[in-house]
Design a protein around this ligand. Structure first.
Ligand code: FE2
Ligand code: FE2
Length: 592
């Protein structure tokens, strides 16, 4: 298993730099990502695939080159200080293996413990000169409660200045009870800090950093690897549903050209449009590390018209699919809403059954948690494979849930899979918060995993500028629920929804069904008819509906495989919630 090239490199590196972890690291080291990318590539070349998940820390101790170890020991966290400091490094006590570089680089374990609401962190300390400070990885395992650090300046009377280098942005808190350490779980607070280190400058972090050098028990396989045959087609409306469609599909990177052929139903002329491919990498997906996700945005279509399409990649042809543009006037239409889907095969079947049963459905919306682990492409493969052709014939318009945007690492895989409207608040909200109009309805699609207060002005603006007979908000988190209500959404968004007479709030997250009374019946002073409905299209923990707050609930039902069909006929809306066997669970009508 020990590759001669690696051995040679090891020797050379040792001879050239005679690396010592207690001194400054060698200059011109590659960055951590490049280094781990290369290690993974080498492992794929040298280690049989069925042995990859048997490799442990001891294996990597001999397998990694000295340069790779140096990178892992120094390039994970880098900053500069203007005076000598004492670093306290808080390591989660439940992490089995101490990071290999920690003791070697001069850190000494103390008897101190820092605690948060869940567990304890042992404190390791080391003094550093002024200048650059280099720290190593959290470990080769994926231990999500990653370490965090605090600094104490050692020169009395001199203000400590810290210049972040990597990561380039760094947020600081004060190390004391009540502080948070992880941006992706800022509700998790520190509860105990020993006097010796209380009040020090706390460097916050994200739990996603556990993945940066994840190599032990890290490798996954997709059950649905890509090939030259275009597959997993999904439709969206990137632009106007009356005149455009966005067609998205997948191939392996071996496909050099990929395009969509399309024609009017019953028409003779076939048009074609080449795709814009985007390479997606999931480096730990051992049987399909790279794929291409293709997008073809077709515009200039006729309203209210049926089209056929077929995808061609090199010499491979997909089956023929179809879609329909929105009519100029559409007072009557139906759509289906899925709650949490979690790439569950039964949910996939639910989507297929719903489509067969209600062919009049024009499109689908989803309130997030589409997959279990949004960072893993194999979960997205499952979502699309299990739902079959459901989204190949009718657009699918989702928002991300907390499972789709995880560990503080964003929703990159969600954004890469889809081609949703880019009309949100800008920046990181791209394709995550957006709106679209269909017929006389306005659909506000918002990412509740991002800042709630920061999105309020956008919500106000879109509602003010887009008068519509029907208005719906879709967001993963339910403002009102019996498990963990969302006061921020209640405070920042609900008054805007009331003011603009929004009709329905679709959400998920807690895996049970709940339909609220109209808001005016449980919010003092409100005249709003807004009804909150949350639902799941997959099973959850099974207990979340146990304690029901009857002050706002009309109906609740334990977690189950559910979907909702919404029928709009002019001034009348009917929402019907169905179980997997087709039984009607709930139904209500709103008349204007
Ligand atoms: Fe969920
Ligand atoms: Fe969730």
């Amino acid at each position: 298993m020990y590759h001669p090239t690696s051995a040679l490199k090891n020797l050379l590196f040792s001879a050239l730099f005679s690396f010592s972890f207690c001194t400054a690291p060698p200059k011109n080291l590659p960055d951590l990502k490049t280094t781990v990318d290369q290690i993974v590539t080498r492992l794929y070349e040298e280690i049989p695939s069925d042995s990859l998940n048997l490799l442990d820390e001891a294996f990597f101790d001999s397998y990694l080159t000295e340069e790779e170890k140096a990178v892992m020991s120094t390039q994970y966290w880098i900053f500069e200080v203007n005076q000598p400091v004492r670093i306290s490094l808080m390591r989660h006590v439940d992490q089995k293996t101490v990071p290999f570089w920690l003791e070697k680089s001069g850190f000494v374990k103390t008897n101190l413990l820092v605690k948060n609401e869940l567990s304890s962190y042992e404190v390791w300390q080391k003094e550093e000169h002024s200048g650059k400070v280099n720290l190593g990885i959290n470990g080769l395992d994926k231990h999500r409660p990653v370490y965090f650090i605090s600094l104490k300046p050692l020169e009395k009377g001199k203000k400590l200045e810290i210049t972040p280098i990597f990561p380039a942005q760094q947020h600081f808190e004060t190390l004391e009870p009540g502080a948070f350490t992880y941006h992706d779980w800022d509700g998790l607070k520190i509860t105990e800090v020993p006097d010796e280190i209380r009040g020090e400058i706390l460097f916050t972090t994200i739990r996603g950093r556990a993945r940066e050098a994840h190599l032990v028990q890290a490798f996954r396989s997709t059950d649905f690897p890509s090939s030259e045959l275009p597959d997993l087609p999904v439709l969206h409306w990137h632009a106007d549903p009356k005149t455009s469609i966005s067609i998205n599909w997948r191939t392996s990177p071996k496909s050099t050209t990929s395009k969509v052929l399309y024609w009017k139903k019953g028409g003779k002329d076939t048009l074609s449009l080449a795709s814009s491919p985007q390479e997606i990498e999931d480096r730990l997906l051992q049987n399909d590390r790279f794929t291409l996700r293709h997008t073809a945005r077709i515009s200039g279509l006729n309203p209210g018209t049926a089209y056929h399409y077929q995808i061609q990649s090199d010499d491979e042809l997909s089956p023929v699919y179809s879609f329909e543009t929105a009519a100029d006037r559409t007072p009557n239409f139906s759509f289906i809403w899925f709650g949490d889907m979690h790439n569950d095969p039964k949910t996939g079947q639910l989507a297929k059954d719903a489509t067969t049963r209600f062919p009049e459905t024009k499109f689908y919306i989803s309130s997030g948690d589409l997959v279990n682990t949004g960072l893993h492409r194999d979960d997205w493969d499952k979502l699309f494979a299990f739902t079959g052709e459901s989204f190949a014939h009718r657009p699918f318009m989702p928002v991300p849930g907390n499972h789709d945007s995880q560990d503080g690492l964003g929703a990159g895989m969600f954004q890469a899979q889809f081609d949703l409207p880019v009309n949100g608040p800008g920046g990181e909200y791209s394709e995550r918060t957006y709106f679209f109009r269909y017929g006389e309805a306005l659909f506000l699609m918002m990412d509740g995993t991002l800042s709630i207060p920061d999105q309020a002005p956008w919500l106000e603006k879109v509602l003010a500028e887009n008068p519509a007979r029907w208005k719906f908000l879709t967001v993963h988190f339910p403002a009102y629920n019996s498990v963990e209500p969302y006061p921020e959404i209640q405070d920042f968004w609900v008054p805007i929804l009331e003011k603009h007479e929004v009709d329905l709030y679709f959400s998920g997250h807690f895996h049970y069904y709940m339909r609220s009374k109209p808001l005016r019946e449980f919010k003092p002073g409100s005249n709003s008819n807004l009804i909150f409905v949350h639902s799941a299209s997959a099973h959850g923990k099974g207990f979340e509906s146990d304690k029901q707050d009857q002050s706002f609930t009309v109906l609740s039902y334990p977690d189950d495989y559910l979907y909702q069909k919404i029928d709009i006929h002019g001034n009348t809306l009917t929402l019907s919630s169905y179980l997997a066997d087709g039984k009607l669970l709930d139904q209500f009508t709103i008349k204007k």
